[in-house]
Design a protein around this ligand. Sequence first.
Ligand code: SF4
Length: 184
Amino acid sequence: MTDTPFKTLKTLYNDMDKTWDKIALGYHFICNGCEDNCCTSLFFHHTYIEKAYLLHGFNGLDQEQKATIKNRADIYIKKTFSDNLKINTLKIICPVNENGRCLLYPFRPMICRLHGLPHELCRPGAEPVKSPGCRAGLFDGKPYIKFDRTPFYKQMAQIEMKFRRDFNKTNKTKETIAQMLIYP
Ligand code: SF4
């Protein structure tokens, strides 16, 4: 797949990163990794375009890196999803993380980009739903800096809708990074 379908996605990611950086700066928060590493959280991703972009980045790695990551992804899936379809919420590091570094950092999905800071989501006719930041940020003792994720989610939904139309994707998707890599 060429880079073209990803143009608007990259612009959106860039906006997210800039907003995140600005708000983090307001809190004097620098993410240096921590024991409560967010790359060990069991995140599910729901967009085909983000999967395609992640795979686009993955395909650019060398053969050895790809084989190593796939091996880790395989183990991740076996440990997380048991035969009776029960999900084990173990703290397993994402297969793409190597020595604390994301090997697909420019291609990481939205949820990896937005994680960490206190934020809110607004649904029509309802009060905003606020969520706390990660423990490493010690945000509880700091005044909240408004971080509304809603416009990002809306833009992502539009980009995803177009991608689904263009590439004839009709089913819902819900996958971990490991599943995206093993079941491309
Ligand atoms: S894709 Fe990268 S940032 Fe996201 S969980 Fe995996 S290693 Fe962490």
